[in-house]
Design a protein. Structure first.
Length: 74
């Protein structure tokens, strides 16, 4: 993906602060990915359910080294 081409916010940005860690542009990319690729179907809904856990992944200096299971089925 070259970046979000979806321009309609079909679901609101679930982050508490849209200017900090999850921009609206990034959220639009997630929405597009969820609707365009069957491998990522429902990723947006799972992300919404686990938004605070995903924020921890985002803020981690080394998310690949996290010992906890990543949020949702991802």
């Amino acid at each position: 993906m070259a970046g979000a081409t979806q321009v309609e916010m079909t679901k609101p940005n679930p982050s508490d602060d849209h200017d900090s860690w999850l921009s609206n542009k990034a959220w639009l990319s997630f929405l597009e990915m969820s609707s365009s690729f069957k491998q990522f179907a429902n990723f947006d809904d799972e992300f919404i359910k686990n938004v605070h856990e995903w924020e921890k992944v985002y803020n981690s200096a080394a998310p690949e080294a996290m010992t906890t299971v990543w949020p949702g089925k991802w």
